[in-house]
Design a protein around this ligand. Structure first.
Ligand code: AMP
Ligand code: ZN
Length: 468
């Protein structure tokens, strides 16, 4: 029967296989996504990773699962950049606070709001819960205490390290051998570690540290990885279904999270690990430190609607790299325009389980159930948009139904946005061509504008444009 939910299959980084999703509680799926480190604006690369989490969230709900989705806010810690970070130096949030003359809490609140506004612009549904690392210091201390108790950690002068040699499964997620793993952990500034692969759970606070907390080991602050162990276990339980993040979090962040959580609890915690590939620009990873950054909020000034970026993200599978280019954004803009046109008809109330709509819907579900194959789902939406076996109303109804996962606001009125680059010049040339009654040139220019996502109508007052 085409209406029974298909078996969802997902590529599990831990087993390196695409496996059927088998929720701990039937019909209910628990998901944790590593959220933003709120010391700077999130860029569209970060947002690509959150979009992939959103597609997972929406897909599972579309398929009839009840989803509990937790996405954290990293407002302390984050120890990845060697230059900014030493045992006594400021972390990234503290550094931003110093530079901008604000308190760490003000910095975190400002960049959290900016991030969530960017998410809203591209229709990322809010998570059920967005816990903050600084609200979970007690839980982090408790986990650290348990790891010490189980001889999986050791103390050196108020700093607690995880003892990688005591956890044989270390390296399973990333496929690295323990001898190689020290590359991800700083050795130079943590010379007191027993083993270069060991990593800090809790750090002794130096004198100038703005953010520090009392602990059984003196004044200190958490290591970067322990926050996600503490928050995921607290809010999703000692076993949960899916954990997502960008590919660079696989090691060391998630490898360390597994060591901490499983080490403390004595059993596996996460069933499926999913990792999204990078967004690149000119084939280089988009990164805060590389300076090649674009924000969602910057897109309108570049002539793009933020939802065209969401569309672009759907054109690539989450496990493939995606390059952000003008050509790709133009193609996304015109793809979005086509789907909007198809969704614009009045669809009224149609029974989507009638043929031939049921068959299209089941193909849509099959695509998404196949490790979230969004390029296939999107291609199917276009197939529907021009399908000759469907009426206008049926096409609109199906595309609006698909939009519950695509999240492109396909039935919403078009927001006012700035004209894309080059459009003004094309419009001027077209006005001249029409004045000269050169209709071939005028039509060719209309096509070029259409490619940019600008629809032109001729009225007695002249050309009128609409963004599609
Ligand atoms: P951060 O705030 O640096 O912890 O990054 C937030 C999320 O964005 C993490 O899941 C990263 O893996 C992810 N991320 C960082 N850079 C990119 C990129 N260029 N493309 C896709 N995801 C990224
Ligand atoms: Zn995390």
């Amino acid at each position: 029967m085409s209406d029974s939910p298909p078996q969802v299959r997902l590529h599990n980084t831990l087993t390196r296989r695409t496996e059927p999703l088998d929720p701990i509680e039937p019909g209910r799926v628990t998901i944790y996504t590593c959220g933003s480190t709120v010391y700077k604006y999130a860029h569209i690369g970060n947002l690509r990773t959150y979009l992939f989490g959103d597609v997972l969230h929406r897909t599972l709900e579309y398929l009839g699962y009840e989803v509990r989705y937790v996405k954290n806010i990293t407002d302390v810690g984050h120890m990845r950049d060697d230059q900014l970070d030493s045992l006594s130096g400021p972390d990234k949030i503290e550094l931003a606070a110093e530079t901008e003359g604000k308190s760490p809490a003000e910095i975190a609140a400002f960049y959290t709001d900016a991030w969530l506004e960017d998410e809203r612009l591209i229709n990322i549904l809010p998570a059920d819960l967005m816990p903050k690392a600084t609200d979970h210091i007690g839980e982090m201390i408790e986990l650290t205490r348990r790891l010490l108790e189980r001889s999986l950690a050791y103390e050196v002068d108020g700093t607690i390290y995880f003892d990688v040699s005591a956890f044989p499964a270390y390296g399973r997620l990333s496929g690295q051998k323990v001898e190689e793993t020290h590359a991800g952990h700083r050795v130079d500034v943590e010379a007191d570690k027993r083993n270069p692969a060991d990593f800090a759970l809790w750090k002794h606070a130096g004198e100038h540290r703005l953010m520090s907390w009392p602990s059984p080991w003196g004044e200190g602050f958490p290591g970067w990885h322990i926050e996600c162990s503490a928050m995921s276990i607290k809010h999703l339980g000692e076993r949960f279904d899916i954990h997502t993040g960008g590919i660079d979090l696989k090691f060391p962040h998630h490898e360390d999270e597994i060591a901490q959580s499983e080490g403390a609890l004595g059993h596996p915690v996460v069933s499926v690990w999913l990792h999204g590939e990078f967004l690149t620009m000119d084939d280089a990873k988009m990164a805060k430190s590389a300076g090649n950054i674009i924000r969602v909020a910057d897109l309108p000034a570049m002539g793009y609607e933020p939802l065209a970026f969401r569309y672009l993200a759907l054109t690539a599978h989450y496990r493939s790299k995606l390059d952000f280019t003008d050509a790709a954004m133009h193609a996304a803009t015109s793809g979005l325009a086509k789907l909007r046109r198809a969704a614009a008809s009045e669809s009224g109330t149609l029974d989507l389980s009638d043929e031939p709509m049921a068959t299209y819907r089941s193909r849509f579900r099959d695509a998404l159930s196949d490790d979230l194959a969004t390029p296939r789902a999107l291609a199917l939406a276009h197939e529907v948009a021009s399908a000759s076996d469907l009426t206008d109303r049926q096409r609109a109804a199906l595309i609006r139904d698909f939009d519950r996962v695509l999240g492109l606001s396909l039935d919403a009125p078009q927001p006012e946005t700035v004209l894309p680059d080059g459009a003004a010049e094309l419009l001027e040339r077209r006005a001249k061509a029409r004045a000269a009654r050169d209709f071939a040139a005028s039509d060719a220019l209309r096509d070029r504008l259409e490619e940019l996502g600008v629809e032109v109508r001729d009225t007695p007052e002249g050309q009128v444009t609409a963004r599609r």
